[in-house]
Design a protein around this ligand. Sequence first.
Ligand SMILES: N[C@@H](CCC[C@H](N)C(=O)O)C(=O)O
Length: 260
Amino acid sequence: MELQFFKYQGTGNDFVIIDNRQDIFPKNNTKLVAELCDRRFGIGADGLILLENDNVSDFKMVYYNADGAESTMCGNGGRCLVAFAHYLGVIEEKTTFNAVDGLHKATVEGDIVNLKMIDVDKIHEKQNHSFLDTGSPHHVQLVKELKQFDVQKEGKKLRYGIYGASGSNINFVEQTSDNAFDVRTYERGVEGETFSCGTGVTAVALAMHESGKTAANEVHIHTIGGDLTISFEKKEGKYSNVFLKGPAIQVFKGTIECSI
Ligand SMILES: N[C@@H](CCC[C@H](N)C(=O)O)C(=O)O
């Protein structure tokens, strides 16, 4: 059958997006998702997202990693899905949608999507890194000379070494000013470095605030694929009103023949 798809990118984190409001997509077909995300034999993407109907909000987000497995929250994917919902006319400038980690509010202004992330009240601070869950699990570690750093090798080692089979995403960070950081991320489920990770840069902003590296409540993060801004409040040990803001862009659309 011919499947209609849309390709989006949010600071270089790229996604195949499918309008599944008519329930056309075989949701348990891991092999098909992996094939569609394959950069040589398929469309090519870091993940695949379904936009579905929801009973309590404007729409539902279902997220799969490039390996074909359904996973936890994707921040850049969420921003891209909001842009897609806006393109389809499902929403206007403001929305609330449902995802695996609960309801998210978001706004769209041109190409810029500002997405509210979950509250965070636990940041585990270890000797040389922090660990926290911003919808997906994240290891955050400061390194020197980030540009030259072997993210693939070191990320893979930590992803399996510390966090076992379920794993974690691994973020390597270098501070560039009082409120700015460069970040490179190894993503589980892609099993490699992506150009940007939304839940990852959110984790970096909160972890850097928690450890005193920044006192700012608005943090600017530079990734290989572009720039994101994270803003938040901290009250009684809890981070709330956490927002992830940046571009989300439709790259192309098309149809692909697949055996569903
Ligand atoms: N790219 C994402 C994170 C996607 C989920 C992650 N790979 C996982 O399985 O934890 C983002 O922008 O947040």
